[in-house]
Design a protein around this ligand. Structure first.
Ligand code: PLP
Length: 391
């Protein structure tokens, strides 16, 4: 049913012993170990989820089950060979590539160790004691977590009844003491989107002193025609900053690279707080190869969205509600508190999303490979049999 992305990757892996690969093998024993072609599944899981059974199905962290593309892995392996050098040139290089990709100048891009560091840099630059950070509830919590560490005041605005950001209430919550408002589009954990028009009128209604941080971690999965990136708003609203990541569609969550696009002034304010060389040589090379691979995004999007469509249809067949998702995860109404169900899935060696206290009966499932998602759907029938619809 699905395009065999990882099969393609694995087929590309065993390299003939050319002069280049032989020299690489001599020069980079550590790199070779890092990028071995078929890591034991047990070792992978042990590294990722301490205590997880060797053959667990991992549908918990919105990762991409197919991993980095073949060209990204090849580039990473080559970069590991020169891992003794600081990667300043590669960093400049990828900033230029990203800037070109977004049609902005280089001073309007900054890198992060994952987009998590971008969110932290934004909090550090724009919030702090006496400042407010406004976000939806529920959403990706990192921005409010970092704001708390900085003694800023977190302000949570509940989602609307259809599980979307309540942008008019969020705008109303922004005042002179607000440093930052965070819009996660699409939203984690609900998978819902705000349209380009909705984000544009929100940007027009928020004071220019407030930084509007739009987190587009799941941008590449979106198919809804009303959605648009907030990057297009930055010229008109220099207080808009957009965060992106290589962790999701590019399959590089463990390699760690994110970036922000914004006005030169906001980006400079954030970049002051970045660690030196916060992006390593290996991930810079892998990211560059990924951006150069025009087929990667449409291929992974189709594969993972097709699997999501199968899961949503199966949930419907089982008589369950789902929240319409434009991402690589989906929220399922399991008809009762998810806490014991999460434990029951773990017993069956299936790791599912955590509980979101404001949505206690909704279970977040990351889209894995088709067989993994099918195993989840079968287990769900046993763990939480759907109640027959009322007559
Ligand atoms: N933003 C959102 C909405 C996320 O869901 C995540 C991770 O799941 C992140 C940011 C952080 O990702 P990373 O630091 O891997 O880029």
């Amino acid at each position: 049913m699905m395009a065999p992305i990882n099969e393609e990757r694995e087929a590309a892996m065993p390299m003939p012993l050319t002069r280049r690969s032989f020299a690489g093998a001599l020069g980079a024993a550590a790199g070779a170990a890092l990028f071995e072609t078929r890591p034991a599944r047990a070792a992978v899981l042990a590294a990722v989820h301490r205590g997880a059974p060797d053959d667990a199905i991992v549908l918990s962290f919105n990762e991409n089950p197919y991993g980095p593309s073949a060209s990204a892995l090849e580039a990473a392996r080559r970069a590991a060979n020169i891992g003794n050098r600081y990667p300043d040139a590669a960093e400049d290089d990828i900033r230029a590539v990203i800037a070109k990709h977004h049609r902005v100048s280089r001073d309007r891009v900054t890198l992060g160790c994952g987009s998590s560091e971008i969110l932290q840099m934004a909090d550090t630059a724009f919030t702090g004691k006496g400042k407010k950070a406004v976000a939806a509830e529920p959403t990706f919590e990192a921005v409010l977590d970092f704001a708390r560490v900085l003694s800023a005041e977190p302000v949570k605005v509940p989602l609307t009844a259809d599980f979307r950001h309540d942008l008019s209430r969020m705008a109303a919550a922004c005042d002179a003491s607000t440093g930052l408002v965070y819009v996660c589009n699409p939203n984690n954990p609900t998978g819902t989107i705000m349209t380009g028009d909705e984000i544009a009128s929100f940007a027009a209604s928020v004071p220019a002193s407030v930084t509007i941080l739009v987190d587009e971690a799941y941008h590449h999965f979106v198919e809804d025609s009303g959605y648009r990136t907030a990057c297009e708003l930055i010229d008109r609203h220099p207080n808009v900053v957009v965060a992106r990541t290589f962790s999701k569609i590019y399959g590089m969550a463990g390699l760690r690279l994110g970036y922000a696009v914004g006005s030169a002034e906001r980006i400079a304010a954030m970049a002051k707080y970045a660690t030196f060389s916060n992006a390593n040589a290996v991930v810079l090379a892998a990211a560059r190869a990924s951006l150069e691979d025009a087929e990667l995004v449409p291929r992974v999007r189709k594969t993972m969205n097709d699997t999501r469509r199968w899961l949503v249809a199966e949930m419907k067949r089982q008589g369950r509600r789902t929240i319409p998702s434009e991402t690589n995860f989906v929220m399922i109404d399991v008809g009762g508190d998810v806490t014991p169900m999460i434990a029951a899935f773990k017993e069956k060696k299936i790791l599912v999303g955590r509980k979101f206290p404001s949505l206690p009966n909704w279970l977040r499932i990351t889209i894995g490979k088709p067989e993994e998602v099918q195993a989840f759907a079968a287990a769900l029938k046993e763990i939480a049999p759907a109640k027959p619809a009322a007559a």
